[in-house]
Design a protein. Structure first.
Length: 104
């Protein structure tokens, strides 16, 4: 009888130990999956910023050249004698808002 109880206790202990090992392995698999996804996202974000940096650095010199001389008029503005319509328009005044009072 005592041997039977001892055997059952060992079986239960082995079952608990194996269950804990399986649970830890599954937790490690899930953690590694998340780490992989985060690393991939971080790498993509880094690549995006590097590409944006390259694009902006390529345009930076042209922007500096255009803004170097404030007296130089851009070519598209100096092509005709007639200025484009969007430059010659003056803003119109806002419409007047009439206020009504409610009398009792």
């Amino acid at each position: 009888f005592l041997a039977n109880i001892s055997t059952r206790e060992n079986d239960i202990q082995r079952f608990i130990t194996e269950g804990c090992k399986e649970a830890l392995l599954e937790e490690k698999r899930r953690f590694c999956f998340l780490v992989d996804k985060h690393c991939s996202f971080s790498q993509d974000l880094s690549n995006y910023h590097e590409k944006a940096n390259e694009v902006l650095n390529a345009k930076l010199n042209r922007w500096k050249e255009k803004c170097f001389d404030a007296t130089k008029v851009p070519e598209f503005l100096g092509e005709d004698d007639n200025p484009p319509s969007y430059i010659s328009r003056t803003p119109q005044p806002s419409p007047l808002i009439t206020r009504y009072t409610v009398s009792d």
